[in-house]
Write a protein of this length. Structure first.
Length: 136
């Protein structure tokens, strides 16, 4: 994720803490360092095909919500976002943020973003379930 997650992982071992505790601590550290978000507003604007700065504060809130949604969906699977953040997670967060923004104006049109974000999360979860090459 960010420097905050690197700091967290160097201080605490995941072996001793539950996934839920790890998630909460990472969120708290992210707020402390001001880095809660797996994607940037500029990346979400590309997905939405908008360029106006008018929406930046709303999009920032959408990025925060989208990142929390990613964390929640992965926690349900017993996973957390590693550092550095995999590109598939960045992409899922972009589409969740775009969905959150668009659903306020066009709920039906926003569904495409929801579907793509969930597909990307599914790809990540499935990849994490696969045994690594060379593991027993």
């Amino acid at each position: 994720m960010t420097a905050s997650s690197c700091l967290f992982e160097s201080i605490f071992s995941r072996d001793y803490l539950s996934t839920h505790t790890v998630l909460l601590l990472r969120v708290e550290l992210a707020w402390l360092f001001g880095a809660l978000g797996y994607c940037a507003v500029s990346e979400v604007k590309l997905v939405l095909q908008i360029s106006e700065a008018t929406w930046d504060s709303e999009l920032t809130a959408c990025v925060t919500s989208a990142s929390a949604l990613v964390d929640g969906l992965l926690a349900r699977e017993g996973l957390i976002v590693p550092s550095p953040t995999p590109q598939v997670i960045v992409d899922a967060a972009k589409f969740f943020a775009a969905w959150d923004f668009r659903r306020r104006r066009d709920p039906v049109g926003a569904e495409a973003f929801w579907v793509e974000a969930n597909r990307l999360i599914g790809v990540y979860v499935e990849a994490e379930r696969q045994p690594y090459v060379g593991s027993a």
